[in-house]
Write a protein that binds this ligand. Sequence first.
Ligand SMILES: NC(=O)C1=CN([C@@H]2O[C@H](COP(=O)(O)OP(=O)(O)OC[C@H]3O[C@@H](n4cnc5c(N)ncnc54)[C@H](OP(=O)(O)O)[C@@H]3O)[C@@H](O)[C@H]2O)C=CC1
Ligand SMILES: CC(C)(CO)C(=O)C(=O)O
Length: 318
Amino acid sequence: MKILIAGAGAMACLTGGKLKASGEEVRLYNRLNSHVEAINEKGLRIVEKDNSITQIGLEVVQDLEAGEQVDILLVLLKAQANEAVLSKLRGKLAEGTVIVTMQNGIGNAETIRQLFPMNTVVSGTLGHGASVEHDGTILHRGWGTNYLGNVEEEAASKKLEAFAEMLSTAGMKTEVSADVNAVIWNKLFVNAAFNSVTALTRLKNGDILNTQEGEDLLRAVTAEAVLVARAEGVEADAEAVAEECLRMGRQDIGGNKSSMLMDILKKRQTEIEVINGGIVKLGKKHGIETPVNASLAGLIRIIEQNYKLRVDESSVQK
Ligand SMILES: NC(=O)C1=CN([C@@H]2O[C@H](COP(=O)(O)OP(=O)(O)OC[C@H]3O[C@@H](n4cnc5c(N)ncnc54)[C@H](OP(=O)(O)O)[C@@H]3O)[C@@H](O)[C@H]2O)C=CC1
Ligand SMILES: CC(C)(CO)C(=O)C(=O)O
């Protein structure tokens, strides 16, 4: 099966690198930058939990050859880049190419379906965490199960089953779920709880739980998110969601620098509109108040829109 991954950041590299190391036919698709050049020249380096390093030969392409066959296009861009990047692949994919988004947040599959109305588009989530530390090098710092939604159409469903098995064999345990909405929301609870708070405090996921205030904030954010999820028809219990987020933050993803923290550190646009901002938007639709998520989203927007004015540590004499 031929796999193309859109993106060459932390999760595209982690997933693509693991699949390649496991013998799969996989390439990444991304514009040229110094990180992409490093991968194409020297291979990708994945630094694992025990600090062991795996070096994997991986190709990042900037275009597809005419008539090239792609069985699965896995989208691992940041949500706000979907339209700009994926529209370049319009007309280059066969109708049988199954498009899988394992991005965080809500609404990604809907955006992609509008760009590729003839293709099957499926959502899923990643249980792992990683960050790009240097050009060509990623830190693998989060572990968990991946989930993929399923579809009725037989050929696409078979491809998804095969893809899930490939990911599992490659060391990223992946299950196919009949309830894709639950899959997306269960991941959204985690991202709502950790991403903006870690970006604002510049802490790793687990470190926001060093204080009672951090834990209280996590409970407040997820309680609002659960009310909105229920209004959207997703079964969820606020206490259970908070406990699972706390467990993950203390164990599975504690050492990870969240994807939003990385965006803030690199002065880039974040996914706030599809995470806390998305919860606020859906809350309004259902008449549900979400003041904590709204405040977090507002703070991130203030940072994002004022990078040029930011006061950095380096400007202060120690
Ligand atoms: N990091 C993590 O631990 C996890 C992340 N996720 C999710 O996975 C997805 C990918 O995240 P992650 O790998 O961290 O992101 P990164 O920021 O590391 O990588 C994003 C990639 O998208 C490309 N891209 C972004 N904006 C544009 C643009 N405007 N035009 C062209 N290319 C663009 C970047 O290329 P360029 O640098 O050239 O802009 C880069 O290759 C997100 O939805 C994230 O929420 C899910 C689980 C864990
Ligand atoms: C791994 C996790 C849950 C938190 O770091 C994440 O999805 C992200 O960083 O976006």
